[in-house]
Design a binder for this molecule. Structure first.
Ligand code: GRG
Length: 290
């Protein structure tokens, strides 16, 4: 099933249209600016892969939009002049280009804080979900996305090792992808205990494949196709899979991650998971945006 309409409907309901608060308006602008919604979609895909238990459907929706709030907050901050300094995101002017840097900073803070409020809110109502919320918060912070961004910023203009780049990207991009892929397993009771580590392995391969392709697209694609500026990695002297490995070797590493993901899907299939949609997603990672 395609969950696009449901995702947009849920995101649209998070902040009121006429709040009278400029930080809310700016948060809403960025949240509803489009985007592939790949993280919420992956969350629904795991839900279906694990058997689509009706009892957790509404909660999967809740966590899916919460994760997209966290992701959007990171994009707003990432685009600020003090970070990546970008004018274009999701095919539209970045948040600070419309609202100014101060309000855009607040909008990022607000999206992140509201996401944490939602994680606490649902844990109060359903204490059995505390681990899901804890993991999402942890993977957002220094042991996840923010930790990755911290390595990224402190490596500017330095050539880092390939191992460091793997660590950086596993955190910066991989951590939220892990949230997307594992959260439904935390919400479900009675899973085979081997499922969670397999989902984590799958997430690691998908996160890296996603990022390697992101680095490749920065070289071969254009702003109109991607909805964000390209050619920035070279301009900003960034260490990426392409700048460290060269183009052809980066493509080989992408293929290795895709193959690795398919192997994990074989194992999940042996455990009774329905993996066909995930196989399509993994293959799409190779062709997206090209
Ligand atoms: C305020 C939570 C918070 C964090 C601040 C700025 C920062 C710390 C982290 C940056 C994280 C970041 C921008 C990682 C890049 C991940 C990535 C590949 C983003 C692009 O994701 P897509 O292609 O974008 O899914 P769309 O627009 O389709 O959603």
């Amino acid at each position: 099933m395609d969950y696009s309409d449901i995702i947009e409907k849920d995101l649209n309901a998070i902040f009121p249209e006429d709040s009278g608060d400029i930080a809310v308006e700016a948060s809403r602008y960025s949240l509803l600016a489009g985007g592939k919604r790949i993280r919420p979609k992956m969350m629904f895909m795991t839900y279906e892969m694990l058997g689509a238990d009706d009892k957790i459907y509404d909660d999967v929706r809740f966590y899916a939009s919460t994760l997209e709030m966290i992701h959007t907050s990171s994009l707003i901050h990432d685009d600020l002049p003090c970070m990546d300094n970008d004018d274009l995101r999701r095919g539209k002017p970045t948040c600070h280009k419309i609202y100014g840097e101060g309000i855009a900073t607040l909008a990022g803070d607000l999206l992140l804080t509201e996401a944490m409020v939602r994680l606490l809110q649902i844990s109060c109502l359903k204490p059995e979900y505390a681990l899901a919320g804890y993991k999402m918060a942890e993977l957002t912070g220094v042991r996840g996305m923010i930790g990755g961004q911290s390595i990224d910023l402190s490596s500017e203009n330095l050539q880092i090792s390939l191992d460091k780049l793997y660590e950086l990207q596993a955190k910066k991009t991989g951590a939220l992808i892990e949230c997307a892929i594992v959260t439904p397993a935390y919400l479900m009771k009675d899973n085979d205990p081997m499922i969670l580590p397999l989902l984590q392995k799958l997430a690691a391969h998908i996160g890296l494949a996603f990022q390697i392709q992101d680095d490749i697209l920065d070289v071969i694609s254009d702003a109109e196709t991607l909805g964000k500026s390209t050619g920035k990695d070279e301009r900003d002297n960034k260490s990426t899979f392409v700048t460290l490995l060269g183009f052809d070797e980066a493509v080989k590493h992408l293929d290795m991650e895709i193959e690795g993901a398919h192997k994990v899907l074989d194992e999940l299939e042996c455990k009774g998971c329905k993996v066909d949609e995930y196989r399509k997603l993994v293959d799409y990672l190779k062709t997206r945006g090209a």
